[in-house]
Design a protein around this ligand. Structure first.
Ligand SMILES: Nc1ncnc2c1ncn2[C@@H]1O[C@H](COP(=O)(O)OP(=O)(O)OP(=O)(O)O)[C@@H](O)[C@H]1O
Ligand SMILES: [Mg+2]
Length: 249
């Protein structure tokens, strides 16, 4: 792919990937490139394989067939230990947030830093956590537990936790699902802000079209483990495929 005549750098490359659970074909010969600085939206119905694809890119599960390269490294060949530096460059916002309820907001956000840098100076750590929480306007909630937060606040903390290690790539699984439109817009603005200010590459899984259009540079649609569309928003809107038409309207 080219942008302004210059070739674009692939940061993620999924090559002919299949994934099965037992006899169930969850992903079927899927290929997809993601370019630096873009926000790629993945659309598709429930059970299409969207979360599975994100888990494969994170290296949490391995493909049955095919190759996945992240920042030039074939992660399907790496050991758990060799994966660590790759994972450090990936931020992940899980479907449902997945915050630790026994930890405070500040401890949740500090967690990934301590994982990679256990000897970090406490004062420095506090400063980083505070700055990151300020970025999502949650700096006044440092000592609160996640159970006391609203859905939108939890998502913002989950995003803070994903960005705190300054990853080059962030994967979001349904970041706006269950949020009211105003809070969803704040999350969309944050995703756009991270791209504009920090050139972060994002993959965002969603089935909310309004949110998809608010953030996407490019979209793909999945159905039954296959990719049925890849392109820009206007191309998606013009598609004559009945499934896509149904989904978009
Ligand atoms: N651990 C597992 N064991 C067996 N099957 C699984 C497992 N995890 C997911 N699946 C199956 O894989 C398929 C794809 O699941 P996945 O979670 O990737 O879908 P999704 O597109 O993210 O759906 P949703 O929009 O509901 O989140 C589903 O049919 C699901 O039942
Ligand atoms: Mg999912």
């Amino acid at each position: 792919m080219e942008k302004n005549g210059f070739p674009q750098e692939e940061v993620i490359s999924v090559e002919n990937v299949s994934f099965t659970y037992g006899d169930d074909m969850i992903l079927d010969d899927l290929s997809l490139d993601v370019y630096r600085g873009e926000t790629l939206v993945i659309l598709g119905g429930s059970g299409a394989g969207k979360s599975t694809l994100l888990r494969l890119i994170m290296g949490l599960i391995r493909p049955t067939r095919g190759r996945i390269c992240v920042l030039g490294q074939d992660i399907t060949q790496l050991s758990e230990k060799q994966l660590r530096p790759v994972r450090k460059s990936l931020g992940f916002v899980f479907q449902g947030g997945a915050l630790f309820d026994s930890l405070t907001v500040a401890e949740n956000v500090a967690y990934p830093i301590k994982e990679y840098n256990p000897k970090i100076d406490e004062h420095e750590l506090k400063e980083i956590v505070h700055q990151t929480l300020a970025y999502v306007h949650m700096e006044n909630f440092m000592d609160v537990r996640p159970s006391e937060l609203s859905g939108g606040q939890k998502k913002r903390i989950a995003i803070a936790r994903a960005v705190v290690t300054k990853p080059e790539i962030i994967l979001y699984d349904e970041p706006t699902t269950g949020l009211d439109p105003i809070v969803a817009r704040r999350i969309n603005d944050l995703i756009n802000q991270l791209r504009e200010e920090k050139n972060i590459t994002s993959i965002v899984v969603t089935h909310i079209m309004q949110d998809a259009f608010a953030i996407a540079n490019r979209l793909v649609m999945m159905k039954d483990g296959k990719m049925v569309f890849e392109g820009h928003a206007d191309q998606l809107m013009l598609s004559e495929d009945p499934y896509i038409q149904q989904f978009v309207r």
